[in-house]
Design a protein around this ligand. Sequence first.
Ligand SMILES: Nc1nc2c(ncn2[C@@H]2O[C@H](COP(=O)(O)OP(=O)(O)OP(=O)(O)O)[C@@H](O)[C@H]2O)c(=O)[nH]1
Ligand SMILES: [Mg+2]
Length: 294
Amino acid sequence: MAHHPQTTEIRIIGPRSSGKTTYLATLAYFPHQKELESQLPGLTISYDRGSETGRLARMAEDIIKKGAKLAGTLKGDVDNIPYYYFRIKIPTFKGLSGTEIELTTRDFAGKIFEDLSTEHKSYEIIPFIEDLFVAQSWMVMLTDWEPGQDTRLYLPAFEKLSQEISDREQVNPEIKNLRIAVVMSKCERGEIWPGRLEPEEDLFKVRLPKTYQFLNKTFPPRTNRLRFFACSSFGVLSDRTDDFDPRPNRYIPDDGSSADHNAFLRSPNQWHPFGLISPIYWLSTGKNLHDQRL
Ligand SMILES: Nc1nc2c(ncn2[C@@H]2O[C@H](COP(=O)(O)OP(=O)(O)OP(=O)(O)O)[C@@H](O)[C@H]2O)c(=O)[nH]1
Ligand SMILES: [Mg+2]
C-alpha cells in the first residue's frame, strides 16, 4: 500500500442525461460494497457523511434505490458547483500494487458539454472551461449511440476541447499531463455484457467512428493521455459467474420515452454497478485496472 495517497482532481463532463450524477451518487453509496469485500478485502470508499458527498450517497439511497431518477443538474454558476471528496483504497491484487486515492470531483451540467459544440455559446462557457483546466483529469461520459450524435455533438465538443488543450499547452507545458477518460455509461444495455467487452474496439470504434478517429489521432494511445472505458451504474441483475443473469437491472417507462435517457433501477437488492472505479484508477495512476467489477 502506498504511504502517501495519490491526490487526483477530476471534472466530470458529458451531454445531458449521460448518467454523470447517477455515477457519482452510486460511487458514494457503493451498493455492492459487501459483495466486493469478500472478493477484494480492503477495498473501501470513504468520505465525510455530513459533506456534499454524503448528500450524494443519500440521493442514491432515497431516489435511485426507490426506483426514481435524479433531477438533471442545473448549469448554474461555476462558483456554485459543489466539490465532492472521496478517499478510495484499492488493495493489492492480480499483481497490481494497491493504492489510496484522494479524489476531488465536480459534476458539470450536461448543458455545458452541449454548449461546447455551439460556437455562439462559447462566451458563456469560458468560466467552465477555465475550471476544467484546474484539474489534471477529465472524465467525459457519453451515452448515445445514435449516429447523428457522433458528428453533431461529440466530435465538435472534442474538437473544441482539444483546441483549448493545444492552445494552453503552448504557455503551460504542465497541461501535457492532463489525462482524459472517455466513459460509455449505461453499459448494462443489451448490446454488450460485462466480461465480453473491449470498450475501445467494440464500442467506440464501431458506434462513434468519427469521434473515435479524431480522438485516436489527436491523443494516440502511446501517449497514455486518453483511454476508453465502459461502466454501468445500474449493472445487470447478477454478476455471479455460476448464475449469470445478464438482464439489465433497469426498467424503462412504457410512455415511449427514450431508453437511453430515461431508465430507472429495477431491483435495488441486486444492485451491482460495474466499471465505476477503473477510470478513476487510470486517471490517478496512469495504469489500467483489468477487472470488470471495478
Ligand atoms: N440504464 C441505465 N440508466 C442510467 C444509468 N445511470 C443513469 N441512468 C439514467 O439516465 C438518466 C440520466 O441520469 P443523470 O445521472 O441525471 O444524468 P446526468 O448526466 O447527470 O444529466 P445532466 O445532469 O442533465 O447533465 C436517468 O434516467 C438515470 O436513471 C445506468 O447505469 N443505466
Ligand atoms: Mg447531472
